[in-house]
Design a protein around this ligand. Structure first.
Ligand SMILES: Cc1ncc(COP(=O)(O)O)c(C=O)c1O
Length: 351
């Protein structure tokens, strides 16, 4: 048994680094609703600069970032185009409908992408009977599609058809730094084609709380008002932002380690009878695989828990494992031995 739980359920489980904890303790603070928190201001300036946008606003979570991000583009009765496997559609409690009074219209997601021609056809012409298409949402990396990274060209191709019709594009970039690292490109190439982008500090970048929404100055002014409406004006939020500054400054390049661990995990799993996975589809830190063994996914998850590894059934026979800061190569090897033991009865290397 490992001396601690190897928790592969999510990269949101990352704990702050010692440098983050020090920065939080020593952060210069003010009231952020008055724009007077120097540490929040520093984080917002840094985030805007890193993503190549004019301005940024700290929000509480990725969900709040998408909600504020979408409704700041829309009016009551508008329509939002998004992927049918997108996070905003599946996992955000219909917030855009509840708060923004907009309807989500889904188009198929294939390998994280939405087809520009399908988007073109879905954008409504002006018509007294139809809602106005107000924004197109994309997601990078794409969670339900296995953490795949959209390239700058893919991003630009969706943005081009939206912009042709005067429709802005919002990027759910919860893990956009994972995409940039996996593709080996400056993140700005992934954000330049879009009008707004939100990214999470609290996932692979290991900060305890927070996301940042970036866009034009004018747009971020609107977004600040929606953030306030949602109760996201957090006063001395520099405590949180201090960790965010450390996250952005020190934690981006190391995401490559998580990706390498995810690859090793995928390759090891592919060699275990009763598991179905194509390691080539694992591009970043999310590993999805199917349990074809009669043992079944729930029993595998329970057996792993008994062996010090935590993970989740995603849906049906599909399990998700996520690599992140705090998960070492030896943890991956332990996990593979445990899976082998549960499904085949003999630990790897014991034959
Ligand atoms: C792609 C994507 N967008 C948004 C979110 C929401 O982030 P949060 O959990 O901070 O609300 C997540 C969370 O896992 C995500 O994977």
């Amino acid at each position: 048994m490992p001396d601690r739980l190897i928790d592969l359920r999510s990269d949101t489980l990352t704990m702050p680094t010692p440098e983050m904890r020090r920065a939080m303790a020593e952060a210069e603070l003010g009231d952020d609703v008055f724009h007077e928190d120097p540490t929040v201001n520093r984080l917002e300036a840094l985030a805007a600069e890193r993503l190549g946008k004019e301005a940024a606003v700290l929000v509480t979570s990725g969900t709040q970032g998408n909600l504020v991000g979408v409704v700041s583009h829309t009016q009551r009765g508008d329509e939002v185009i998004c992927g049918d496997q997108s996070h905003v559609f599946h996992y955000e409690v219909a917030g855009c409908a509840v708060v923004g009074s907009v309807q989500l219209r889904t188009v198929p997601n294939v390998d994280g992408m939405i087809d520009p021609e399908v988007v073109r056809a879905a954008i409504r012409p002006p018509d007294i009977h139809a809602p106005r298409t107000a924004v197109v949402c994309i997601e990078n990396t794409h969670n339900r599609n296995g953490g795949v990274a959209l390239t700058p060209e893919q991003t630009a191709s969706v943005a081009a058809v939206a912009h042709e019709r005067g429709v802005p594009v919002h990027l759910d970039g919860a893990r956009v730094f994972n995409a940039a690292v996996a593709l080996g490109v400056d993140v700005r190439l992934l954000t330049a084609p879009v009008d707004s982008v939100t990214f999470c500090l609290s996932k692979g970048l290991a900060a305890p709380v927070g996301s940042v929404l970036c866009g034009s100055k004018e747009y971020i002014q609107v977004a600040r008002k929606y953030r306030k409406l949602l109760g996201g004006g957090m006063r001395e939020a520099g405590i949180i932002a201090a960790a965010g500054v450390v996250a952005l400054s020190t934690m981006v390049d190391r995401l490559a380690e998580d990706h390498a661990n995810a690859h090793r995990l995928a390759e090891g799993l592919a060699n275990i009878p009763g598991i179905e996975i194509d390691p080539k589809t694992v591009q970043t830190n999310l590993v999805f695989f199917d349990v074809t063994s009669p043992v079944g996914a729930p029993t595998l998850v329970a057996g792993l828990r008994d062996r010090g590894v935590s993970c989740m059934v995603s849906y049906g026979r599909r399990i998700r494992m996520v690599t992140h800061y705090g998960i070492e190569r030896s943890d991956i090897e332990h996990t593979l031995r445990a899976v082998q033991e549960i499904l085949v009865g003999v630990p790897v290397g014991a034959r």
